[in-house]
Design a protein around this ligand. Structure first.
Ligand SMILES: C[S@@+](CC[C@H](N)C(=O)[O-])C[C@H]1O[C@@H](n2cnc3c(N)ncnc32)[C@H](O)[C@@H]1O
Length: 390
């Protein structure tokens, strides 16, 4: 496909998304209809669509409306060099999008305003939570996410991983957020088939997520209560001698965990909810709860436009419910670690304050926010320590 034909495809996908289809589904539908598109075309169309989702508000302002074409015209104007380059893409010939109208060209020449690229209520939520960093953070969230790798130190050093990746054409450099973190600066799409990855020397994991796991307290028995694909329990396990357990309310979400554990050379015992109660106490229980995902909106930009106040309120209630469920599993003097990939105070500090106010015998012994301005995704971690009764 020509670059112009990829723009046309992105217009088609975005129109479907704007009429109510999830972006991933709209991309899959397009790929099924377009057997001629190779893997590079599919990746390029996906990149255009995701850029448009990240910058949906600023692009729709430039375009004078929220349409697939408007978003793609503004995207193209952002990545090409000047109006002549742009006109060369919008020729209406072959599979290229229609010629630019006079109105579209005039709009593109107007000065751009700084916008949050967030629904107004979420921009307010961000301002309340991070104060004067709000616009800078919202802007970082409109950029494409960096690909980070975690080096399994039990399998090899950072240097070994860098060399192994290089043999597969991948360039990676250490990142200062975590001592296990590598930032991929060339050929991130080759990672999944590289020897370093398939042999378990590296895993895909955000750098802030790695830092969060590395800081968790030392434990003999650690339960990851919301384990999902197991990213956190595996990161913790690589650096500790703890006996590892994993649970998730949705067992389907755990399906990648055992293959990943095997690749990393780790043993993780999966527990049902009942089995967690039989196996307690654990000296560390991590609750990486479902959240708005606001810290990771570079990766999943659709989330910022689909989140409603109602679904947000439900998430807040689920977060408290999970803390209530997990707390009895923690040993005396043990730690209930609460984590989100959210930037919002209401999902972070406020939840910890509410838990401590409602539950005697617990205190918050540590908390930390990771800002996307540090390079990784936004995260929050708090340790709730269970006090010995006096
Ligand atoms: C943010 S994800 C976890 C990601 C995972 N820790 C990782 O690092 O890959 C949140 C997980 O919580 C699970 N979950 C939702 N409600 C739960 C509950 N009441 N108890 C336990 N897990 C729950 C979801 O199924 C989801 O897999």
């Amino acid at each position: 496909m020509t670059p112009a034909a990829r723009l046309s495809a992105a217009i088609e996908v975005l129109d479907q998304y704007l009429s109510g289809t999830a972006a991933e589904k709209a991309l899959t539908n397009w790929a099924r209809r377009s057997r001629f598109a190779g893997s590079k075309d599919r990746a390029a169309v996906r990149d255009i669509v995701f850029d448009c989702l990240r910058k949906r508000e600023s692009y729709s302002r430039s375009a004078g409306g929220l349409t697939g074409r408007g978003l793609v015209v503004a995207h193209a104007a952002n990545v090409t060099h000047g109006l002549d380059d742009l006109r060369a893409m919008f020729t209406g010939e072959g599979h290229a999008p229609d010629v630019l109208g006079a109105d579209e060209q005039t709009r593109l020449s107007l000065p751009q305003q700084n916008v949050y690229n967030l629904p107004a209520w979420l921009a307010s939520e961000l301002e309340v939570s991070v104060g004067e960093d709000a616009l800078a953070i919202a802007t970082v969230l409109t950029e494409r996410a960096v690909v980070y790798l975690r080096v399994n130190l039990s399998r090899g050093s950072l240097d070994t991983a860098i060399s192994s990746l290089a043999t597969d054409g991948i360039v990676a450099v250490p990142h200062n957020l975590a001592k296990t973190a590598l930032e991929v600066i060339e050929n991130p799409r080759k990672v999944a088939s590289s020897v370093a990855y398939t042999s378990g020397l590296v895993e895909l994991q955000d750098a802030a997520s790695q830092a969060l796991c590395a800081g968790l307290p030392v434990a003999e028995r650690m339960l990851d209560y919301c384990a999902g694909g197991g990213g956190k329990v595996l990161a913790y396990g690589d650096q500790s001698g703890a006996k590892l357990f994993a649970h998730d309310a949705n067992p389907q979400r755990l399906r990648d965990l055992q293959p990943r554990a095997k690749r990393a050379g780790l043993k993780v015992q999966v527990l049902t909810t009942d089995a967690c109660q039989k196996a307690e106490p654990f000296d560390l229980v991590l609750c990486d709860v479902p959240c708005s995902g606001s810290g990771a909106w570079r990766r999943s930009p659709e989330g910022k436009w689909s989140l409603t106040r109602e679904s947000f309120e439900k998430l807040l209630a689920v977060q408290q419910e999970i803390l209530r469920e997990a707390a009895p599993l923690v040993a005396m003097n043990g730690v209930l670690a609460f984590a989100t990939c959210s930037l919002f105070q209401s999902e972070n500090e406020d939840q910890i304050a509410q838990f401590c106010a409602e539950n005697n015998g617990w205190h918050c012994s540590f908390d930390r926010r990771f800002s996307p301005l540090e390079g990784g995704d936004g995260f929050y971690i708090a340790y709730l320590t269970r006090d010995t009764p006096t």
